[in-house]
Ligand binder design. Structure first.
Ligand SMILES: Nc1ncnc2c1ncn2[C@@H]1O[C@H](COP(=O)(O)OP(=O)(O)OP(=O)(O)O)[C@@H](O)[C@H]1O
Ligand SMILES: [Mg+2]
Length: 260
């Protein structure tokens, strides 16, 4: 479980998170919603340790991350996979290099391990045939084509899948998606939602999704946190969200209702 307590973050005089507390329980799908600039990505970056908090605590499986030494912090961070906003693939690298970059940077240079991780995760996200067919000619043929493709030659949906594959390397316990369906057509969006659902069941991890996509929320969210002006405006389940009497919540839902 991830426990966030009284988290505070400002950039200069701009307060982005003003005392955020919530709990992300294991085994369910969490969605973080809120208008553009409300601090969703910043909250995610604090949780995954890409940015330091000014005040407050984040506990991951009972480990308060500020109190950990470097080695322990590294172990805790490895429990989290992170799909960046946009696909954030490196255009100068091919698909294979993009998927294993994290492990490579962590000092893992065993070619067989990296190859296996890339194939396993690219199969899991549906860009390669089933991993159990790994030894077949068909699989190897598909792999030879896919591994050398540059991100600029992939469709939007494929890019997202490569981004998800990258986050899955190392078998994290938690996976965070920053706007996984933004910019995709409705059908591809639905495929990505289904992939998120499917991976959660198959790999038994906990997903945290930042999204504007109310269709995704209505379909996959089990716990929703809505941010507004640095505060948590809503924290509850899907039924409670759609029944909420809070005017700002209703406004937000109305705006995005056309997606449903
Ligand atoms: N590194 C940074 N330095 C200064 N300001 C930042 C930094 N990162 C984020 N901010 C500011 O923090 C606020 C919240 O940004 P954030 O990216 O979390 O918004 P968001 O809710 O994810 O929005 P969107 O839906 O558009 O992605 C914005 O005003 C942004 O300009
Ligand atoms: Mg964002």
């Amino acid at each position: 479980m991830i426990k966030i307590n009284n988290l505070y973050k400002a950039f200069g005089s701009k307060i982005v998170l003003d005392g955020i507390s919530t709990e992300l329980r294991n085994g369910i799908t969490h969605c973080i919603i809120g208008k553009s600039g409300s601090g969703k990505s910043v909250l995610l970056k604090l949780i995954v340790g890409l940015l330091p908090a000014d005040r407050g605590t984040i506990e991951i499986d009972g480990n308060e991350i500020n109190s950990l030494n470097e080695k322990k912090l590294y172990q805790v961070r490895r429990k989290i996979g992170y799909v960046f906003q946009g696909a954030a693939l490196f255009d100068s690298m091919n698909v294979y290099e993009n998927v294993v970059i994290g492990e490579f940077e962590n000092g893992n240079r065993d070619d067989n391990y990296l190859l296996d991780q890339a194939q396993k995760t690219l199969s899991a996200v549906g860009l390669l045939p089933n991993y159990s067919e790994k030894e077949t000619l068909h699989y190897q043929k598909e792999w030879n084509i896919l591994k050398n493709i540059k991100p600029s030659d992939l469709s939007g949906g494929m890019k997202k899948r490569v981004g998800v594959a990258r986050a899955l390397v190392g078998q994290p316990k938690y996976i965070f998606y920053d706007e996984p369906t933004t910019g995709l057509d409705p059908i591809t969006s639905e495929q990505i939602d289904n992939l998120i659902d499917e991976l959660e069941v198959k790999m038994k991890f906990t997903s945290v999704i930042i999204t504007h996509d109310m269709f995704s929320v209505s379909k996959i969210a089990e716990h929703i946190v809505m941010l507004d002006s640095g505060k948590i405006l809503f924290d509850g389940n899907r039924e409670e969200l759609f029944k909420s009497q809070i005017a700002e919540v209703q406004n937000f839902l109305k705006r995005y209702h056309t997606d449903i």
